[in-house]
Design a binder for this molecule. Structure first.
Ligand SMILES: CC(C)(COP(=O)(O)OP(=O)(O)OC[C@H]1O[C@@H](n2cnc3c(N)ncnc32)[C@H](O)[C@@H]1OP(=O)(O)O)[C@@H](O)C(=O)NCCC(=O)NCCS
Length: 157
């Protein structure tokens, strides 16, 4: 699932390390098959955690499995007093219009207000689940390949 979704190879060891270092780790199992996985990594003393990864087996996507898994992860996180979840959602394949902006001479608020989803970039999935774009890291993965940072506050203050 990881290799298919993220365009890079993950060994069994990589996956075990990732799961072991997670603060919260949840699988979504249907008919004894793992069809989704979500993990929260420690950040800022667990007041904030990083969501990585969230992944649904391709044939089960767009069936609200990701939303349900994320909701359950957030519920568990709240019980452990996590205040914020953040994540970076890379755009390495020009799925948004962000590669068209010159970040050096364009106001960031203009860019944030004019982001467009060209080819099913998951940032919109997160927005639908209450996450806000709080920043863009230009060229994070190479020229024209930014990382979109999203955030959600779990507890009303
Ligand atoms: C992103 C991902 C976790 C979403 O899970 P999912 O189960 O397919 O999503 P859901 O069915 O819960 O979708 C909820 C809503 O988000 C929308 N949505 C889901 N994926 C989307 C995408 N890639 N682009 C735009 N909208 C998307 C759905 O259309 C749905 O909208 P609606 O309520 O208006 O109908 C899943 O597609 C996935 O595993 N992708 C590959 C790995 C990945 O990119 N993970 C995120 C890395 S940051």
């Amino acid at each position: 699932m990881m290799t298919e979704a993220f365009n890079s190879f993950y060994s069994t060891d990589d996956i075990i390390k990732l799961v072991n270092k997670s603060f919260i780790s949840l699988g979504y199992i249907e008919n004894k098959i793992l069809i989704g996985y979500a993990g929260l990594l420690e950040m800022y003393s667990n007041i904030t955690c990083e969501l990585h990864p969230l992944i649904i087996k391709s044939e089960y996507r767009n069936m609200m499995v990701g939303s349900k898994l994320l909701k359950e992860l957030e519920r568990e996180a709240k019980l452990k007093n996590v205040l914020n979840i953040m994540l970076g959602s890379d755009d390495e394949d020009y799925k948004t219009n962000l590669h068209q902006f010159n970040f050096n001479n364009t106001d960031m608020s203009y860019i944030l207000n004019n982001i467009k989803n060209i080819n099913n970039h998951p940032y919109e999935f997160y927005q639908k689940n209450g996450y806000k774009i709080v920043g863009i890291f230009p060229n994070a993965n190479g020229i024209g390949k930014p990382d979109i940072w999203l955030w959600k506050q779990l507890i009303d203050i």
